[in-house]
Structures are given as structure tokens and as C-alpha cells.
Design a protein around this ligand. Structure first.
Ligand code: NPQ
Ligand code: MG
Length: 369
């Protein structure tokens, strides 16, 4: 494959329902789509950075800059056959995982198309459907939260994740657990607690949670290792794990018993595959996290979740959970057994709706060589 052109599209999609976490509340999703052109094919990737530096230090603006000024120039003109070579091009670039992932993933899409296979086949995935769950944000009242959980359970989701933060934790989890004693349930604090809050976090042990996600500092593994010795419930790390090395360090010191893999957070599919294999070697289960992706990023998440160590349901909800109309089709829909079907087409298996893309596009640039 010869990379002759790269386009960046900044898009804005209204969320069907505001999404609140311990770091803030979002009503629209701004993100960047990357299109990589060879002579006759286009590969698509999604940059999951938020509009502000609230989940991680990356933003749409930092990604637009690093892609335009550093990563795209390193890719333009390259001839590549193995998509695992791409991360080597970016080796000198420090950080900016989400920007790198968008470009690398577009080349994975191309690599599968060139071979006439689905990305699942290229990765060696074996599943035709993957178990999924739903991530539910913080609501104004417990009643409002209970109504939303009821809605999703009635839709068929068999795993629920609740966002928590101090003073929105034990009481909320208790209410949900008492109403649905057998529901697969987990919580995500997005780093809202410190080791001073151990007593509160230990109270969560009574609810039979699958995991407690990222309770402490977004860049910590040492305090999480200390906390894990005091909790029955497995700690799952998200924000702290932004490379295969971070995964290795976390496993070596016992900072977590589960890892949430997000292809954007860790720098691309190559890194995600390395973390999947490392965790499998340590008998540590993983699941696929979500960043409110469009169907382009969602397709990659579904494909990743077909790998054998993706044992727990992912935050890969149906497309309609976030957007009234997506930029790519077909939508992912929830099946009766709380799964979504794996795309069967070549590449990532979804097609960009050019009319919809034009309607939601707020910025564009094209680079050629
Ligand atoms: C998490 N995702 O697991 C992230 C948090 C998150 C599904 O909980 C815009 C873009 C808003 C990305 C809100 C889920 C977001 C976002 C929350 C990511 O921690
Ligand atoms: Mg998380």
C-alpha cells in the first residue's frame, strides 16, 4: 500500500442524552475522522480525544495539531504492507495516543481491504457476535438514574456500568443492586477518589460488582496496588494504562485484576493487541472500553472484542445509545442476548455516509504527496 493522501474531518454529533461523569457533562461529541487514501482505496480511523482535556490530556485541538504537523507527514508517501509497522513510524513522537491511533487504525482498515478480508479475519478474531454492556452517566436524582437503568435493562442490556463519584456512589449502587439482584454490575469512578476514601470504596464490596474501574488518580498504578490489597472487588484500570508498558508495570505490581482496553487510549490496534496478549499470559481478563465513538470507532471496538481474552462485556452499546444518526452505516444494534454482531464486510465493515458527514463536519484539511 502506498499512502498518497490523508484527510482530517472534525465533526460534531449531538448526544441523544447528556452524559455525565466525575470529570464533567457532555451533550455533544466532537471528534476527528481520518481518511487515508491509496491509489484506489480509503481507510477510515477515528480519534476519540474529547473537546477538552478532561478524560486525558489530549483534546480535538491537540490531536488536529499533532496529526497535521507531525503524524501525517510521517505517514505520507510511505509504502506499507504490515500495519504493525505504523507504530514504528511514530516511535519518536511522545504521547498523543489518540491521535496516533486514528491514523494507525485507518491503515489497519486499508490492510484488511487490500487483502479482501474483514478486519476481524486480519486480527484472527473468532467470534461472530460480542457481549456488550451499557455505560450510564450520573443523573440529577437516584429516581432518574433508576428510570434510565430500567430503560436499558428493558432494551436487553445484561451488563450495566454506573459512573460514580463521592456522594454519588454507595446509595446509588445499593438502589440498583436491590432492584436487580442478579444484574452484571460495575462502576467507573474516572479517578474521583483517593486512598483517603478506602472506607467508602470498601463499602462497595457488598454489592457483588464485577469490578471498580479507575477509582484513583488517572496516571497511578502504585496507589491502586495498595488499594487492591484492601478491596475484595477487582480493580480495573482504564486511564492509567496508555501503552503496553503501562499494562506490564500494572500487572507486575498487582495494580489491577482487569484491564479496560481502549484502542484510542493505548495508541492504536497494534498496542491494543500487545496488551490483549500480555493480559492473556497473566490470566488477566480484558474488556473493550468505549469513548462514545461513531460507528467507525465502534466497528474497531467490536472487531477487537472478538479476540479470545476479551472475556467481559464491553462498553460497546448500540449506536442508538449515543446518536440519533451516525456518520457511518449500518448501525450496531443490540441482539436479544446482549450482544452486537461483528461486521462481515472487508476492512472495518462500515461505510461512511458522505451526505451525513458533510452535514456534521465543522473543519477539514487534506494532505497529499
Ligand atoms: C470511560 N467512557 O470508560 C469513558 C468515559 C467517557 C463509555 O464511560 C465524550 C467522549 C464524553 C468520551 C464521557 C464511558 C465521554 C467520553 C465519558 C468518555 O471512562
Ligand atoms: Mg473508564
Amino acid at each position: 500500500m502506498h499512502i498518497k493522501r490523508v484527510e482530517l474531518y472534525q465533526i460534531e454529533l449531538p448526544l441523544v442524552h447528556p452524559f455525565e461523569t466525575s470529570f464533567g457533562r457532555e451533550s455533544t461529541r466532537t471528534c476527528i475522522l481520518v481518511a487515508v487514501h491509496t491509489d484506489d482505496l480509503i481507510g477510515w480511523g477515528e480519534c476519540v480525544a474529547m473537546s477538552g482535556p478532561w478524560y486525558s490530556s489530549e483534546t480535538v485541538e491537540t490531536a488536529w495539531h499533532v496529526l497535521s504537523d507531525f503524524l501525517v507527514p510521517l505517514a505520507l508517501g510511505q509504502t506499507v504492507d504490515e500495519p504493525t509497522d505504523v507504530s514504528g513510524w511514530f516511535a519518536r513522537v511522545r504521547g498523543h495516543q489518540m491521535a496516533r491511533a486514528a491514523l494507525e487504525n485507518a491503515i489497519w482498515d486499508l490492510a484488511a481491504q487490500v487483502r479482501g478480508v474483514s478486519l476481524t479475519q486480519l486480527l484472527g478474531g473468532t467470534r461472530t457476535e460480542v457481549p456488550v454492556g451499557v455505560s450510564i452517566g450520573i443523573e440529577p436524582t437516584v429516581d432518574a438514574l433508576m428510570n434510565i437503568v430500567t430503560q436499558y435493562v428493558d432494551e436487553g442490556y445484561q451488563r450495566v456500568k454506573l459512573k460514580i463519584k463521592p456522594a454519588w456512589d454507595v446509595a446509588v449502587v445499593r438502589a440498583v443492586r436491590e432492584r436487580w439482584p442478579d444484574l452484571l454490575l460495575q462502576v467507573d469512578a474516572n479517578s474521583a477518589y483517593t486512598l483517603d476514601d478506602v472506607a467508602i470504596l470498601r463499602e462497595l464490596d457488598q454489592f457483588g460488582l464485577l469490578l471498580i474501574e479507575q477509582p484513583l488518580h488517572h496516571d497511578d498504578i502504585v496507589d491502586h496496588a495498595t488499594l487492591q490489597t484492601q478491596l475484595q472487588t477487582p480493580i480495573c484500570l482504564d486511564e492509567s494504562i496508555h501503552s503496553p508498558d503501562h499494562a506490564r508495570w500494572a500487572l507486575e505490581i498487582g495494580a489491577c485484576r482487569i484491564i479496560n482496553i481502549k484502542v484510542g487510549r493505548v495508541g492504536g490496534l497494534s498496542a491494543a493487541l500487545q496488551i490483549h496478549d500480555l493480559c492473556a499470559a497473566h490470566q488477566v481478563p480484558v474488556w473493550c472500553g468505549g469513548m462514545l465513538e461513531t460507528n467507525i470507532g465502534r466497528a474497531v471496538n467490536v472487531v477487537l472484542a472478538t479476540l479470545p481474552n476479551f472475556i467481559l462485556p464491553g462498553d460497546i452499546s448500540a449506536s442508538a445509545r449515543y446518536y440519533q444518526q451516525d456518520v457511518a452505516e449500518p448501525d450496531f444494534v443490540l441482539s436479544a442476548n446482549s450482544t452486537v454482531a461483528v461486521p462481515q464486510g472487508t476492512g472495518i465493515g462500515v461505510t461512511v455516509d458522505r451526505e451525513r458527514l458533510a452535514a456534521v463536519q465543522t473543519r477539514y484539511v487534506s494532505f497529499s504527496k
